[in-house]
Ligand binder design. Sequence first.
Ligand code: IPE
Ligand code: IPE
Ligand code: MG
Length: 249
Amino acid sequence: MSSVPAAIDPSRLPAHVAVIMDGNGRWAKQRGGLRIFGHQSAITAVRETVEAAAELGVAYLTLYAFSTENWGRPKHEVMALMQLLVHTIRQETPTLLKNGVRLQAIGETTQLPEACQRELAEAMELTAGGSRMTLVLALSYSGRWDLAQAARQLAREVAEGKRRPDDVTEEALAGCLATAGMPDPELLIRTSGEQRISNFLLWQLAYTELYITDLLWPDFRREHFLEAIQAYQRRERRFGKTSEQLTVS
Ligand code: IPE
Ligand code: IPE
Ligand code: MG
């Protein structure tokens, strides 16, 4: 295991890093290959990012792997992505186990093909004891889906008399989101240069630091993750306050 670079302050690590893994298609196109070649070539980036985050001591790493909108892609690409998902989970689970990484998923996972659901459930059960880091896969996920399902849950509780309308607080809503119990991400990394959220964690990203790199996801490596962490540590997070207020201890 490699050590933490001196430039990174271990006392100021983000507890939760989220990643929009984008640019696989363009990466493949640049090489004259099919889009799926780009997806297949992205596994190294996933592996290195998971390992770097775990080594560093990041508690939660959330990877946007498949959005609600991605269902609208050509059928063969969707199928290939689902197959790749099954294959990758199967292949990587022993490493997750070895490294104490617990696997979780957020999203409308009941929409996934049965084989994916099974593989995912099995891997989550096997790695449930992992206490070093939680790896969250966002699958068939979108921020609006998450907010709508949380609202439905709260409405049901109110209708059943288990909750008063006045008890529908920010905390209550956050507690019904797919990410309940996790801290909000302090850092969001997006590859491929696109400057948008693409319906990712809309509620949870309220005060997240955004880090956008032009690198395409299949080229993303450990050193790029560490660069993102360093950039995050150089930011001043004001949460609406003034800079002067922050320096008064
Ligand atoms: C990200 O790469 C992977 C998924 C969204 C599943 P893309 O497939 O979006 O690649 P580009 O953005 O078209 O290059
Ligand atoms: C966002 O990438 C979704 C994932 C990385 C899974 P997209 O490629 O789907 O996003 P847009 O369409 O460019 O916004
Ligand atoms: Mg894309």
